[in-house]
Design a protein around this ligand. Structure first.
Ligand code: SF4
Ligand code: SF4
Length: 714
């Protein structure tokens, strides 16, 4: 008997009515899917407008590469990343296979064409079988990871436990339903294949190795009639699971298949380092009038459509939760929970259905009981997210760096902070600091005239860049100008630059706080005022480049002043020292034979991508660098950023600066904790003292070690 042509029949043993039922169920599932998707899109349409459609082709291409390589998912989590990657590719290949089957059966056959036959069919069978196995393997890895690894990122306990009044069991069910449903779909697919092959066992079906093995087994257990019955039942089980899956997508975690892809397309990687200006009022305008600016976000409809999409894109992976210093310090802030609370509230307030979600019981702080006016009009930055939670953020951007799906937590936080600032809803310490900044241009409440008093101890005079042209303008910053501990470091910087014959000057009393942290506190008006003053002073000066020792200052001058029409080349001092060493202007005379560890400042490493310059300097001056587990862009925050240095931080159970010093002490042999940021220096010297570890480790700014290695005059 000649060998049959390799192919398969789709509705084998199906009567016409069964086929009709199948198409009706498919149409219902698709209808539910479309309805759920429509409701979500309606929600995004209620958000504030924002243009994220520039360079759409480039955006899509970048997102496709990220998704295809799964690079953001694999980063920092090898096991979970590998599992996700093979699930993704298994899913994609099986989906393409299903589409080809549908195309063949529902379209091509009406044109007397057939795709799935002959050699193509054989390879099709083999590839689908291989990817099906990978898919199942990935799902099992995910189930094991969730059930047995006890990972802190998968723990849904809230930092603000709310005495058990928040029920998150729906999240756990949703997560497990997702993986188990996919697993059952994949396994039932193999069973259909096995029973189908078992009926006649054609040789060519050896190209479906898993199906062949199952067919051999079932053929030895069941007779032909039993195999046919099993085939029909497994077919229906598989089809109904798939239909449920399709219908369930827009109401569950499964929607991340779409929301994450969209979020990656519309993500703006610069959004944290270059904050948006104040939003425009969304009130209807009278003809010819321009929309006025409003102070941050009050209502859920003040969030942009991209931010509403962010909330839906969260997969609850918890990476931001475990990398957030505010969470580690025991405050009420968890970036994951902030996003999930905003999602739940947005869905409640804007009427978007969600099937398995967190529930807030009567008496909890959550305002589900505080019914809104139907437009979500209650204060989000008070009734939904606690002010204390918003004030706990150090703006370190670890959440955004670790989030695999491009969620922009920080801009939402700052926009809500702006609303709190507008309503005077912040602590007295911060109030005093902002008043000093408004009155004197610095947070120390000192006269601007005293800004360059630290230069008095120098043996030479510092040029006033407003009066004499210089190559390099040194933007000194508040801490380096006024804090006595940091003033000593500023004098060392000045001496080193002088020794290296650098032509530099400062703005003296013309300089103001650059405004980076003022902006991140949410005081946009004050930021603009400080920036305008600085830009005026900078316009008077003649220079080629700006250098600063403060990464916070670096960030705003480099990334935010250009939006105000002031564009400069801005360097961190470690870039300059590296240049000077490379040019032979700072010869190393006394190599430092010490074992050190290095703390990358968030605003240098994460915000501005600079991790190499300090390490090159350390190498050049002979230091042995022993890295802490969290280093480079994966650094941990000192706890001072985002205006935290000015706030009452008594809500922290364990200061992050102290946690960081303990991390350094755990690295065997480390004698020196090296910093390159004035705020870090202040935070860590305090932390070493608070821990009583002065005999174990000493905090030094890198410039001190450079001076010890290169200078005779210090
Ligand atoms: S910016 Fe830093 S402190 Fe703020 S939520 Fe994100 S990780 Fe936490
Ligand atoms: S916000 Fe991002 S990092 Fe955080 S839990 Fe959600 S997906 Fe994960």
């Amino acid at each position: 008997m000649p060998e049959a042509t390799p192919t398969r029949e789709i509705f084998l043993h199906f009567s016409t009515w069964m086929e009709v039922v199948f198409y009706v169920v498919s149409a219902v599932a698709t209808g539910i899917f479309l309805y759920g998707s429509y409701r979500r899109i309606q929600k995004y349409r209620r958000g504030r407008k924002e243009n994220r459609f520039d360079n759409l082709g480039g955006r899509i291409w970048r997102a496709l590469i990220t998704i295809a390589t799964n690079s953001t998912v694999r980063k920092g989590d090898r096991f979970g990343g590998l599992a996700h990657t093979i699930i993704l590719w298994g899913f994609v290949v099986l989906f393409i296979g299903t589409v080809l089957v549908a195309l063949d059966h529902d379209v091509l056959r009406f044109f007397s064409l057939k795709l799935l036959q002959g050699t193509f069919y054989l390879w099709f069978s083999l590839i689908l079988d291989i990817f099906g196995v990978l898919f199942i393997l990935g799902l099992i890895m995910m189930i094991v990871r969730r059930a047995f690894f006890k990972l802190p990122e998968l723990n849904y306990d809230r930092p603000d436990a709310q005495d058990g009044k928040v029920d998150r069991s729906g999240f756990v069910t949703d997560d497990m339903l997702f993986v188990w449903l996919l697993l059952l779909i994949a396994i039932s697919g193999y069973f259909i294949e096995g029973f189908r092959i078992a009926e006649t066992m054609p040789e060519f079906e050896r190209w479906s190795p898993v199906g062949w093995a199952l067919a051999s087994m079932s053929g030895s257990i069941l007779d032909v009639e039993g195999v046919v019955t099993a085939h029909v039942w497994s077919w229906w089980l598989h089809a109904l699971l798939v239909m449920f899956f399709i219908a369930y997508i827009p109401f569950s975690k499964m929607m991340h298949i779409f929301t994450d892809a969209a979020n990656l397309v519309f993500h703006d990687p610069d959004t944290g380092r270059r904050l948006p200006s104040l939003p425009l009022s969304s009130e209807p305008l009278e003809e010819g009038k321009k929309a006025s600016q409003v102070m941050g976000y009050t209502h859920i409809t003040d969030f942009t459509w991209k931010e509403l999409l962010d909330f839906d894109a969260c997969t609850k992976c918890g990476r931001c939760h475990v990398s957030c210093p505010a969470t580690a310090a025991g405050t009420t802030l968890s970036p994951r929970d902030l996003i999930l609370d905003l999602r739940t509230f947005a869905n409640e307030a804007l009427g978007t259905p969600e099937w398995l979600k967190q529930k807030f019981q009567t008496g909890s702080r959550w305002p589900v009981q505080n019914k809104t006016d139907g437009n979500g009009h209650i204060d989000v930055a008070d009734k939904v997210i606690r002010p204390e939670t918003l004030w706990s953020c150090t703006t370190c951007m670890a959440c955004m760096e670790t989030c695999p799906v491009g969620i922009e937590h920080l801009t939402s936080i700052v926009q809500m902070r702006r609303h709190l600032v507008d309503g005077g809803n912040f602590d007295e310490n911060l109030q005093n600091a902002l008043m000093s900044l408004g009155d004197y241009g610095n947070s120390f409440g000192e006269s601007p005239k005293k800004r360059s008093r630290w230069t008095k101890g120098l043996k030479f005079k510092l040029k006033d860049a407003r009066k004499e042209e210089v190559d390099l303008l040194w933007f000194v910053g508040d801490f380096a100008s006024y804090d006595p501990r940091i003033q000593a470091l500023s004098r060392i910087v000045a001496q080193i630059l002088h020794d290296a014959n650098v032509d530099f000057g400062i703005l003296h009393d013309g300089e103001r706080n650059a405004g980076n942290d003022v902006r991140r506190v949410g005081e946009e008006g004050l930021f603009e005022m400080l920036a305008e003053d600085n830009i005026k002073a900078l316009k008077k000066a003649k220079f080629k480049r700006i250098v600063t020792t403060d990464p916070h200052t670096l960030n705003t001058l480099r990334n935010e002043y250009p939006d105000l029409g002031a564009e400069y080349e801005v360097l961190h001092y470690t870039n300059l020292i590296t240049e000077l060493i490379q040019q032979g202007k700072l010869p190393v005379k006394t190599p430092q034979k010490r074992k050190v560890t290095f703390h990358d400042p968030c605003y240098l490493a994460r915000y501005n991508g600079e991790t190499e310059a300090p390490r090159e300097i350390m190498k050049a001056i002979g230091l042995e660098l022993l890295e802490m587990p969290r280093c480079g862009t994966n650094t941990f925050c000192c706890g001072a950023g985002g205006g935290r240095i000015w706030m009452d931080t008594s809500n922290e159970q364990k200061r992050t600066s102290e946690q960081r010093i303990e991390e350094a002490l755990d690295v065997p042999g480390v004698e020196v904790f090296v910093t390159v940021c004035p705020k870090d220096y202040a935070m860590y010297t305090d932390a070493v003292r608070a821990l009583g570890k002065e005999d174990k480790i000493v905090v030094k700014d890198l410039i001190e070690l450079v001076a010890e290695a290169t200078s005779d005059s210090i």
